[in-house]
Ligand binder design. Structure first.
Ligand code: SF4
Length: 188
């Protein structure tokens, strides 16, 4: 029997990459037309009061190093192409979290001459976090939903950490499955 060592190494590296992604997803944030209200709430999740990094999450600047794209605001005509370019620059597997009512439907900017709609008018979205703006607890809960999809075996631990970070009331929320990456997640 011939052992394909190249394939074995590739499989091994893929497993390591998926393990690292699931345990410490890196986020990149893009404002596609937000009033900055949602952006302030995202920043609040990184402050010592909430400290999102306790969940293994790191916010950084380059889409080429990011696993999760966090988008705030509606998609404007001007920002659509940039948003798509950032999404395309991210390596697979990648996920998108839309934060705030504007990122879901256009919100208060709906039907403005320069607004195309929510984030899913430009790129696929995995998790929607409603609110205008959503509170830091809601942002953390949305990210926890994504983490639980990535790490189903750690769901109870993530709930415990979320309760620690943001309060008992948002822990244990039911997770809506997102079909787009179901096959990919099933392979983990
Ligand atoms: S959802 Fe509210 S806070 Fe967020 S960008 Fe829209 S108007 Fe601003």
């Amino acid at each position: 029997m011939v052992i394909d060592s190249t394939q074995n190494i590739r499989d091994f590296l893929t497993r390591i990459r998926n393990w690292a992604l699931a345990n410490s997803p890196w986020l990149v944030h893009y404002n596609s037309g937000s009033c900055n209200g949602c952006d302030i709430e995202i920043l609040a999740t990184l402050t010592p009061r909430y400290d999102l990094e306790r969940l293994g999450i790191k916010l950084q600047g380059s889409p080429r190093h990011a696993d999760v794209l966090v988008v705030t605001g509606p998609v404007t005509r001007q920002s659509k192409e940039r948003l798509q370019r950032i999404y395309e620059q991210m390596p697979e597997p990648k996920f998108v979290v839309a934060v705030g009512t504007c990122s879901i439907s256009g919100g208060v900017f709906h039907n403005c001459y320069n607004i195309l709609g929510g984030v899913d008018a430009a790129i696929p979205v995995d998790v929607y976090i409603p609110g205008c703006p959503p509170r830091p607890e809601a942002v953390i809960n949305g990210v926890a939903m994504l983490l639980k999809q990535l790490q189903p075996a750690r769901a109870a631990e993530i709930d415990r950490l979320v309760a620690e970070v943001a309060g008992e009331e948002i822990a244990g929320t039911e997770v809506e499955p997102f079909d787009e990456h179901a096959e990919l997640l099933g392979a983990r």
